[in-house]
Every structure is written in structure tokens, then in C-alpha cells.
Design a binder for this molecule. Sequence first.
Ligand code: GDG
Length: 463
Amino acid sequence: MSRLVVISNRVAVPSKDASANQGGLAVALLSALRERGGIWFGWSGETTEHFTGEIHRAEGDGVTTATIDLEEQDIDEYYNGFANRTLWPLFHYRIDLTEFERDFEGGYKRVNARFADTVRPLIGDDDLVWVHDYHLIPLGARLRERGVTNRLGFFLHTPWPPSRLLVSLPSHKRLVEALFAYDVIGFHTEDWLDSFHRYVVDMMGGTFDEDGCVVVGSRRVRAIVAPIGIDTAEFEAAAVSPEARFTMERMQMSSTGRSLMVGVDRLDYSKGLRERFLGYERFLHNHPDRRGLVYLLQVAPPSREKVNTYQEIRADLDALSGRINGEYADMDWVPIRYVNQGYPRPQLAGIYRAARVALVTPLRDGMNLVAKEYVAAQDPQDPGVLILSSFAGAAAQMTDAVLVNPYSAEELADAIDQALSMPRDERRRRWQALIAGVRREDVFWWCDLFLGELAAVKVPVTG
Ligand code: GDG
């Protein structure tokens, strides 16, 4: 079995501590690395005055990580710039928030070249190389230029936007051409894959060969759908752990007789928090009889705080939650508990289990793992209801959720009413269908699917 080299912007630190805040992706990649041997390479999260390319190696729990420090300017232009001010909003259909700065692009190119220079000597002849996410799209091409002939895979964790949006990026052609350095490219859904194929056919004259690979000139690439899952078994166990039980009791004690609805999202405009609050406000307006009997706990740990739009959304949500609470709260009830901190995973599992309803309503999301975690954490005898945006990648698999258009306050209000009134039989029927999928297509399945495709590439591309 070939060794694996995983490359992503940040590297997960291996840990045996179950309460460590490790998501499913980290768990799956670490387990693949343990099984195959290899290295996980990325940015250390630290800055340095002058980039040296010095590699910090660490061994832990059977996995080797290798990280590099970047300069302040790199982080401004590459991470806070091109990745999170240009590509992230553009890939989430938000041209209005997309910033087009040449400097950002310069930084993006420079950091991808720095990654290529430093990781190159760590790649052995037969290694599978798996690059992750929009931060590192050109990395494959930079590695090819440095003589890497290995099988190279790329997985995009975000949506792939329709061509009409993508072309607003001045360098869109170069970005897509760079993807042809990879052998396999993975997307979460058919929708994102279709948008990619359409771009390649319409804008680059691409065709398909007999194996279903897309061909442009002398280059061909296999683009596949590989929907990511969670570590379902681990999450189901976490939901009945003593820590989760304790959390549930704490939640129940603080809200006797009231139904909890939960939202858990990084504080990000793509997650539809503003629209969710407005939908909930509409629900309270439309259903005076329900006031005081339900509350929304929104967990929203801040992210990307150096980017202006993230500071703005934070201020906006502070004001909006304050306004809704001011309008509807009573002496013994507050409709929204809005919390800007994260919780350890077992506590999170307890919160999910205590919640009668989950509101997972992003305006656009590559997949959305919270939807799957919520399902995994439910009590099979008395499960809660998942309200899920049709615009999350997860909606393609989770068709037994209550699917909504997150832009419509009325639709959200109706969905909340439907979820709170749903009889136990229907809740169980929907949940059983959902959990079957979440168990079958877990994160290990996803990892095997992608690596299986990559390992099956017959002749590694040369040069
Ligand atoms: C990107 C794509 C795609 C959140 N709050 C806490 C906490 N979290 C964890 C959740 C979940 C993870 O963060 C968020 O994952 P999502 O999938 O919802 O969203 P992104 O961060 O935007 O991830 C997304 C994903 O990549 C994988 O491909 O699904 O579409 O945008 O696991 O539980 N974890 C803990 N405490 C918190 O308070 N421990």
C-alpha cells in the first residue's frame, strides 16, 4: 500500500485525548495516515520575519506532521486575502463580498510555491499525494513543475460556483487550468461537479474520454463526487457519554418545559445566521401561543476575525439577537441564547441530543457536517427534527430532513412550526432514514472512496 502525503492549509495535531476538538476530517485523515504511514504537511499557524522553509517535524500517535511558518505578509495576502476575501466568498456565490486585489493573488502564488518547495523533498516515489481545499488549488501544478510525477489528488471542501459567477475572477482560467495538474479531483455533490464540468466544457473546450475523465488538450483529470461524512460511531458514543449526559441535564434544568432548538456554526456569512434569526423572529410573530415554550441556542464561535466582513457579521448578529430578545423576551424567558464560544465535542453532542430541533440553514455550504452530527447524537426512541437548507451539500443525501429555502423567513417559520408539532412516529421514521445514510457514508467511507480512486490511477502523469 502506498504511503500518503496529506497537504492542507492547517494540520491537525494528533491526540489520543477524546475531548480534543478534532473534527471528523482530522480523525479520518489521521487514521488513513496511521494505516498507510506518511506525513501531514501545512502551515504551522505561526509567523516568521523571514521565510526560511524550515520544517517543524513532530511525531505523535503514529503520525508525522511537518509544518512551516509563514511571513505576516503571506498570511495577509494568501490566507486573509486571496483564500478568505476572494475565493471563499466567490465560491459561496457572494460576489458582493468578493475582493479582487492583485496583491492577494501574488501572495497566493508565492505561498503555494513555498509549500511546493518545502514539501517536495518529503514526497517519496510511490506516495499518494492528497491536497485539500481552496487555499492550495495551484499546488499540484507547482509540484509538477518541480518534477513530481506521483498520483496527485485534490479535494474541494466548498461549493464549486457556476461559471457565470466564476468568470468574475480575473484569473479564473489560470485557476481552473491549474486543477489539470491533478489526477483526481473530488467534490461533495453532483451540483458542484456539474458546475466544474460545465466550465471545462464551455470555457476550455473540454471533452470526456471513455473512462469518464474530462480532457483538455493533453491533460485529463477524473472529477468525482465524494460526499464527506463524520466519524459516526465516535459521535454516537459521545452523545451518550457522561459528559454529554451532564450537559443535557444542565440544559434541561435551565429550561424546564421548553423545547430547545439549536444552531451550531462557525460565525460566517455563508451559514445564514442572519436569515435564521429573522425566520425565528417571524415564527415568534406568527405564533404568539408558542412564545415562552421554545428557545433557540445559537453556538457561533468566531472565525477569520481579521477579515472585515467577519467583524461586520458579528456586529450585525449582536444587534439582531439583541433586538429580537428585546422585543420578545419576558422576565423568565429569553428567545435566543446567542453564544460566541466553542464547546468540547462531548458537550456539543449533549447539546445536540437535548435539542428538539436543529436549524442548519446555510445560504450555501459545500457539505455541512453539523447536520450529520445532529442526527448521530439523537435518542433513537425520541429523536429530534433536522431543518436543513436545500442549498447545503448535505441536502443531496439527507432528503428526509425538513428541507427549506433559508432566504425565506416565512418558509423557515413554517418549518419550525412543523418540526415542533411533528408526531413521534414521523420523527422516528425520518430519523431512521437519515441515520442509515450517516452511518453508511461516514468519514472513513469517504476517505477510502477518494483514496481508492487515486490509487487506481494507472499511469501517473509525467512532467
Ligand atoms: C468546511 C465546509 C464542509 C462548530 N462549533 C463547534 C464545533 N464546531 C464544528 C462542528 C463541525 C465543524 O465545526 C464545522 O463543520 P461544517 O461542515 O459545518 O463547516 P465548515 O467549518 O465551514 O467546513 C463544509 C466541511 O468543510 C468538511 O468538508 O462540510 O461545507 O464549509 O464538525 O461540530 N466543534 C466543537 N465545538 C464547537 O463549539 N468541538
